[in-house]
Design a protein around this ligand. Structure first.
Ligand SMILES: Nc1ncnc2c1ncn2[C@@H]1O[C@H](COP(=O)(O)OP(=O)(O)O)[C@@H](O)[C@H]1O
Ligand SMILES: [Mg+2]
Length: 248
């Protein structure tokens, strides 16, 4: 299993929406199954947004810590989001999520590494290496930093990028929209590879926050095409990294 961590340096640029979008586009694009994991220390929003139950969630999975993580244990803790995407949701309360993640994050990172048949898109919220999701960030196959191309997001992005790159965490940038700064300038200043631009489409994004189900017409729109393109690029990077490891 590959772990794709998605987070921001600051503010609320669309991390959860991008995580859901990548999760929904993952299997149609790569042919591999995906699970979306909510590991945001500020607490979860997916259950509320998509009308899911409060359980099962990270809480139930944390109750099985003495057992090995298997695909069936993982699936038993997931709920189907928007019909089919397995989602491991976090409790809405930040304190509870932080407490659970503080002992579950390392186990999730180790356990996911053992599961071959499914990839995890992990919403880590605000990226901090002392956050409860730090073990997932440190052990991910790719950290996707999300930012609006604006000056107030550039400065924290530059600092966070320096921090994660100094820890050898493979990291790339996704910009939400392409204004006012060109995303290439954001990438250059932060020394991150620009993975792509998620179209800024407030109306269509409602599908990613549970506002309406995705249909074939939406899949033809720019936002969905860019999500598919992002999944292609992520998958390509993961395969190239795995090939490099095998050759070494
Ligand atoms: N690509 C996008 N285009 C337009 N609006 C977006 C986009 N992504 C997210 N949003 C909006 O931004 C707000 C925050 O999104 P969310 O994904 O919850 O951000 P975060 O997880 O970073 O806090 C939501 O209202 C969402 O609809
Ligand atoms: Mg979020």
């Amino acid at each position: 299993m590959s772990i794709i961590a998605v987070g921001s340096a600051k503010a609320s640029p669309g991390v959860t929406s991008l995580s859901v979008g990548l999760g929904q586009s993952w299997e149609p694009t790569t042919g591999r199954r995906a699970v979306v994991v909510e590991a945001d220390g500020d607490g979860g929003v997916l259950a509320a947004r998509f009308g899911l139950a409060s359980s099962p969630s990270l809480v139930e999975l944390s109750g099985t810590t003495r057992h090995e993580m298997t695909i069936s244990r993982l699936q038993a803790s997931c709920q189907p989001l928007a019909g089919h995407l397995p989602a491991l949701v976090a409790p809405g309360c930040g304190e509870t999520t932080t407490r659970i993640l503080s002992h579950l994050a390392k186990r999730l990172a180790d356990g996911f590494g053992q599961l071959d048949e499914i990839d995890a898109v992990v919403d880590v919220g605000r990226v901090r290496l002392d956050s409860p999701a730090a073990e997932l960030i440190k052990h991910c196959d790719l950290l996707v930093l999300v930012a609006h191309p604006r000056f107030d997001q550039l400065v924290p992005l530059v600092h966070q990028a320096r921090r994660v790159l100094s820890e050898d965490i493979p990291t790339a940038l996704v910009c939400v929209g392409d204004r006012p700064y060109p995303p290439t300038e954001m990438a250059k200043a932060s020394q991150l590879d620009l993975l792509g631009v998620m179209a800024h489409e407030p109306r269509v994004t409602q599908a990613l926050v549970g506002g309406f189900p995705v249909n074939q017409r939406h899949r033809r729109l720019l936002l969905w095409r860019t999500l598919t393109e992002l999944v292609h690029r992520i998958h390509f990077r993961l395969q190239a990294a795995a090939g490099g490891r095998e050759a070494a």
